[in-house]
Write a protein that binds this ligand. Sequence first.
Ligand SMILES: Nc1ncnc2c1ncn2[C@@H]1O[C@H](COP(=O)(O)OP(=O)(O)O)[C@@H](O)[C@H]1O
Ligand SMILES: [Mg+2]
Length: 416
Amino acid sequence: MAIDLKAMLLHAGELQRATTLGELLQVTHAAVRSHTRYVHSWLAVVDSDDPGFMYFVNVTGSQEALVLATCPRLSVADDVLVQEILESGEPVVVVEAAEDPRTDKQIVALLKNRTLVNVAMAVGTERMGTFGVGTYGDEGVMVPTETELEWLVVFATQLASAVVRLNLLARQEQDTAARVKLERHLEALQRVELMGVLAAGVAHDLNNYLQVIHGNLTSLEPRTREDAETFEDMLHATTKASEVARQLLSLGRSASLKQGLDLNRRVESTLKLVRSAIPRGVTVSHDAGQVPPVEGDPVQIDQALANLLINARDAVGDTGKIVVAVSDQELHAEFARSNPWAKAGRYGRVRVHDDGPGIPPELLERIYDPLFTTKATGTGLGLAVVSRVVQQHRGLLHVESRAGAGTSFDLYLPAQ
Ligand SMILES: Nc1ncnc2c1ncn2[C@@H]1O[C@H](COP(=O)(O)OP(=O)(O)O)[C@@H](O)[C@H]1O
Ligand SMILES: [Mg+2]
């Protein structure tokens, strides 16, 4: 009996429409049942991330759970039968598994394998995995006929091309997800850039006016206690407004880079400045590690660090822990490929960690946006400034935050 080509074409179409390996197996299972005498079929696919291993996709029939529990992953190097299947262009038939020297007797005893017929799924010289049919326990041994073998070989070629297509799809999906993330990140950076240019112009004038108000206020003598309180409020408000103007101004400022900066020194001098603004109950520690010298603008770097520290303070409240850790970091190309925010290279890194409540995932994408704030008296400019500074230094900025596990901001500056 020759192979039914029309039926094979129909199956090929079904295989090409499958969107998961599980669906592929369903099509396979139905096809095996209608064209051979076998009831059980399986797919073992080469792990595309780790080609020394194969894993069972899903195994149809009563043995499914047992097979997956016994041997979910196969090491190709450790399995002579798998090697033979992958290397041979022909189907490999094991008539009685318990007696064949090539099988793993422990697994055979567990699964009660009887006959095993396996074919390699290959495209050109690349092996995608194996496709098999067989019998268990009381089903007895079942030697495949010539026609059955022929059918299995042809079907395996169809399966192989479907597996290749699914692998490609999976890779494409990964790439798209990484690209979308990167684009969002770039968009946020561009918004900061534009905002910086606009804001700097306004802030400059604003700051001059504020200086005048502030100067005059301090030279006035309040006559009553109420006046004195009003003066205090006005002074406080102008100081706050100057702070906003200063942050806005620095958004538009370009860096004046100096050589050989020591990041531990930058952390020390910033901590000295902001220490008084942090409540006593908050412990702040500086974990000074070995770090390569970096090129940068010390004023800007201090400003970025101060913003991160103040945010950490706001996050922990009256009691908590802030750790500033400085370290030498080498990011490899492979790491950069799987982390769209990263770029390969050697960096000095400052990590500002706090044990505050963390940032909810839905807000993470917006925190760098200028004017984005969740605080009643926030300006929403702190992280915009940090991100702008990092950009001007061709550095990297990364945040790790989980609800309940605190927040870590990592500022990477390229090593000289
Ligand atoms: N360490 C942190 N822990 C929790 N949330 C943070 C932290 N740092 C920043 N955020 C969030 O990011 C927002 C933006 O921060 P920022 O740009 O500095 O503006 P602001 O501090 O004025 O709100 C904050 O309002 C807050 O919601
Ligand atoms: Mg802030």
